[in-house]
Design a protein around this ligand. Structure first.
Ligand code: SF4
Length: 437
């Protein structure tokens, strides 16, 4: 009997990637092999994203392709929380399960392609299987979200916040470091809310007493001696506490804060967490403590009720905040989101597109200016793609997949995963260019 082979498609955000890694780890533990193509595989698992309509379309296309090429398809992930649409298009699908339904996914796999080995006799590296390159890995600290942003359906798909105990998160982080990971990317739906659900329960790690809370986790992670990058943080006052750790070099001087808008009126309609806090003041204060801090953010333009005045307020915010990295999305009405029922005037597509263009033009100039301040500096760069004389890496201010790169020329070969000092000679709106020193 041959080893059963599973083909795996992972769509969506880094959070979905972590789910995929867990399922793949389990598959490996049970003796399954991964197949590079759907054809010839014993089953296909599609981990879907159902957040935006465009992501749903991508998920449906991936399911159709798997059905056409293989026929034994298990769907999981965000889109699996609403199976009707999938089942209507593909009534013969083997199983549809929601996000984090690892057990149900494995049950479906056992049915379609029974395992060959005893799961308890097979070995899997105890840090799990990572889909991300070996030198960096995502670390999920909690699941779900207590906020109720009106454009978002994640809480209804993933439920309320459930934080992992601090010592469990740290055990995983330590294993990652032991397996060679040089950069850990902390992810969740709302990283700054970590521990709220368990009332900051005490948790012991390495003989020290910690609380299950954002700042304690940042302190513990900061002792691991690798790059620690924080994603999905909200500008709550307690985030101030983490900035000194960045200034000390314990945590990367990087914050990924999805601000989404700057107008108080729009933020209120969006029901964003921390929308009343004095964000600009806070950013200035952070930079005075840690001048090297890079802030990445995302924004939505054309949210229902957004007027030209609100939009102008957003542009002024960009001028003042001088964020390093920014993504922008024209508002898309997600099915089931509260924003659709707010009774606010919808912004027409043409206005949305023109605001998007104006936003991007404004921000590009700001990003380029911010990046140009790095020219002439010597910085540490983590190599993503090594080479004999040319290599590509990232600075502390760049997260993988979403931010820019550092293009390096070198007199000696550079290895992927190596940390190298680079003298920056040039910058454009996205990337830095320099020489290894
Ligand atoms: S913080 Fe808002 S946008 Fe983010 S997951 Fe929670 S509800 Fe959705």
């Amino acid at each position: 009997m041959n080893t059963p082979k599973i083909s795996f498609v992972s769509l969506g955000c880094p959070k979905a990637l972590v789910d995929s890694e867990r399922i793949i780890t389990q598959l490996r533990a049970e003796g399954y092999e991964l197949s590079k193509s759907h054809i010839g595989a014993d089953a296909v698992i599609v981990n879907t994203c159902g957040f935006l309509d465009s992501a749903k379309a991508e998920s449906l296309a991936a399911i159709s392709e798997a059905m056409a090429q293989n026929g034994k398809v298990i769907v999981t992930g965000c889109m699996g929380a609403e199976p009707e649409e999938i089942l209507k298009a593909h009534p013969d699908i083997a199983a549809v399960t929601g996000p984090q339904a690892y057990e149900s996914v494995m049950q479906a796999v056992h049915k379609v392609a029974p395992p060959l080995h005893d799961p308890y006799l097979d070995l899997v590296p105890d840090q799990g299987v990572k889909l991300t390159p070996r030198h960096y890995a995502y670390l999920k600290i909690s699941e779900g979200c207590n906020n109720r942003c009106s454009f978002c359906i994640i809480p209804s798909l993933r439920g309320d916040l459930v934080s992992r105990p601090l010592n469990e998160v740290m055990r995983e982080a330590e294993k990652l470091v032991k397996s060679g990971v040089k950069e850990i990317l902390v992810i969740s739906q709302d990283t700054s809310a970590y521990g709220v659900d368990v009332k900051y329960a005490p948790s012991e790690w390495q003989g020290r007493e910690y609380q299950t809370r954002f700042i304690d986790l940042a302190r513990a992670l900061g002792e691991l001696g690798v790059w620690i990058r924080l994603h999905y943080v909200y500008p709550y006052p307690h985030v101030d506490d983490v900035i000194p750790l960045m200034a000390e070099g314990k945590i990367l001087p990087y914050l990924d804060i999805p601000f989404q808008h700057a107008s108080a009126k729009v933020l209120k309609a969006m029901r964003r967490p921390a929308h009343q806090d004095k964000t600009l003041e806070r950013i200035h204060k952070w930079r005075s403590i840690c001048p090297d801090l890079a802030i990445r953010s995302t924004f939505i333009v054309g949210f229902p009720g957004e007027t030209e005045e609100d939009f102008q307020e957003l542009l002024s915010f960009l001028d003042e905040a001088k964020l390093e990295r920014v993504g922008c999305f024209p508002y898309e009405p997600v099915k089931g989101a509260k924003a659709n029922d707010l009774g606010l005037e919808l912004v027409d597509d043409e206005t949305k597109q023109s605001r998007y263009k104006r936003f991007m033009e404004r921000q590009q100039a700001i990003s380029a200016k911010r990046l140009s301040t790095r020219v002439g500096r010597r910085i540490k760069v983590l190599i993503d793609e090594g080479g004999a004389t040319q290599a590509k890496g990232r600075s502390p201010w760049d997260a993988p997949e979403i931010d820019g790169h550092v293009h390096i020329t070198s007199r000696r070969p550079l290895r992927t995963g190596e940390l190298v000092m680079v003298k920056i000679e040039r910058a454009d709106a996205y990337d830095l260019y320099g020489v290894a020193v």
